[in-house]
Design a protein around this ligand. Structure first.
Ligand code: HEM
Length: 464
């Protein structure tokens, strides 16, 4: 515990203590100062999340009414089958569509911005996003966009703006709050559940995987409370005005409650993690969160599904090879220092190797599927290794060979894709991505060459 002249800060990290503190009616979320309707400050001051007592109950009822319209099983199906997107945007878009909101994509953009600033400092772009969302979130009977937009205009006709009552504003704020609460926490849960290091090869069910992820690697790691009057938690005296920090991540690894707490074990039984909080503020969206996360994990690794566009798929592959070779033309100037990108290193030879092997690998897959045969098991070391040959100088001769090799591979792909029917491209035989998706995925091989970049020497003798 640390003290200051005005108030003390108490921290709890044991499971039982955190439960007691969360359930204490005199420990409430730190209230937010309000601002003009449509601002970030207004949003925080008007949502259930930062409210207390009767106001909290009233606002929570608004959220629960919206959530009651959303069937978790239907959300899971919808998120599993919708267009590919990032986990956060998938979550928000699916909820927005479920609530019958129009422009779900733009709503997802705005909510993602607001979520990034919800617990932090004010940011002008977050204010703009709240202002954009507000008129679109007003309950159905007042979905009068013209009238509500006027509300945000200081010179607006007062008679018209009066149409947007406080009750309607409160409902709109809590609908935004619902989407914002869902966005980051569920997005992070999905990301954490996908981390291979944490994930045993076999799990009993996706639900068990998610619950253990919520415990072991919680998307919400701590909560803050302020005392509205003197109270006591497991013998610790807390004075009115004191701050209380609840370390959820530590409580979820309390050795008195969870055996081998550091071990990720989806088979474990016992009390639930505290990541969804406890009554009276237990997350009202927990069933929806689990369904949405399960739905995203149901997708064939949703984020990895390559985005396709109107381009001819053969053109997407040949353009990629053209881009790679144009960069490779500058690599004879390479000084021999590998390029670290993410957690890997790249060299000119390695980039050419990866592009060629990638083209070859998917070609083998495509041909096997067209022939109705099984695809070969994946034994590539790919970018994980750097061979001695990868580190060799990249000579004029190497460049010539790369031109011949990649140009021929691109030619085979172009011929192959050109000979496929539209049906074969989009309803492709065998398991896995469609052939169109594979072609657009191959187009992403430009990544390897971009890792090296343009090594044209500059005037001072350095490479650009
Ligand atoms: C993994 C995902 C999620 C986690 C870990 C999570 C966690 C939490 C927690 C801990 C609280 C209580 C905060 C407190 O006591 O101070 C909370 C509140 C809330 N959550 Fe969630 N949540 C998640 C997803 C969702 C989703 C998907 C929705 C909506 C669809 C949602 C809506 C809300 C709302 C509206 C509140 C405020 C409730 C109140 O103040 O009474 N959450 N959430």
């Amino acid at each position: 515990m640390t003290s200051s002249m005005t108030r003390s800060v108490h921290e709890f990290d044991r499971y039982g203590d955190v439960c007691l503190a969360l359930a204490d009616p005199f420990l409430v979320p730190v209230p937010a100062d309000s601002g003009p309707p449509g601002s970030m400050a207004w949003l925080r001051a008007t949502v259930a999340r930062f409210s207390s007592d009767a106001t909290h109950a009233r606002r929570r009822a608004l959220v629960e009414a919206d959530l009651a319209r959303l069937d978790p099983a239907a959300l899971r199906r919808a998120v599993a089958s919708g267009a590919a997107d990032t986990p956060r945007r998938l979550v928000v878009r699916t909820l927005a569509e479920g609530l019958g909101l129009s422009a779900a994509d733009e709503v997802a953009d705005a909510v993602t911005i607001v979520a990034g600033a919800y617990f932090g400092d004010d940011a002008p772009e977050a204010d703009a996003a709240v202002a954009w969302l507000l008129p679109r979130m007003l309950p159905a009977e007042s979905a009068d966009l013209a009238g509500s937009a006027a509300l945000l205009d200081p010179g607006a006709d007062r008679a018209r703006t009066a149409e947007v009552t406080d009750a309607r504003l409160e409902a709109a704020a809590n609908r935004i709050g619902l989407l914002v609460q869902a966005c980051d926490a569920t997005g992070r849960l999905i990301e954490h559940a996908r981390r291979p290091a944490d994930r045993p090869s076999a799990v009993p069910s996706v639900e068990a995987l998610l619950i253990e992820t919520l415990r072991h690697d919680p998307p919400v790691r701590a909560m803050r409370r302020v005392a509205t009057r003197d109270t006591c938690v497991t013998g610790v005296e807390i004075t009115e005005g004191d701050l209380v920090i609840l370390d959820i991540a530590a409580a979820n690894r309390d050795p008195q409650v969870f055996a081998n707490p550091r071990t990720f074990d989806p088979e474990r039984t016992g009390p639930p993690p505290l990541t969804f909080g406890v009554r009276p503020r237990l997350c009202p969206g927990r069933d929806h969160a689990l369904a949405l996360a399960a739905g995203v994990l149901d997708r064939a690794s949703a984020d990895d599904i390559p985005a396709t566009d109107d381009r001819d798929p053969a053109e997407a592959v040949t353009a990629m090879v053209g881009h790679v070779l144009a960069l490779a033309d500058t690599w004879t100037a390479w000084d021999g220092d590998p390029f670290p990108i993410d957690d890997r290193i790249y060299t000119p030879h390695k980039a050419i190797r990866r592009v060629a092997d990638h083209l070859l690998d998917h070609l083998a897959e495509l041909e096997a599927r067209v022939a109705g045969e099984k695809t070969q098991p994946d034994r590539w070391h790919a970018s994980a290794i750097t061979t001695k040959a990868d580190l060799a100088p990249f000579t004029r001769d190497d460049l010539d060979e790369a031109h011949s090799r990649l140009t021929r591979l691109a030619g085979i792909w172009a011929n192959r894709l050109g000979a496929l029917t539209a049906e074969q491209l989009d309803c492709s035989p065998g398991d896995g991505w469609t052939f169109r998706q594979i072609a657009f995925h191959l187009a992403e091989s430009a990544y390897y060459a971009d890792a090296i970049g343009d090594l044209t020497p500059t005037e001072d003798g350095h490479t650009s």
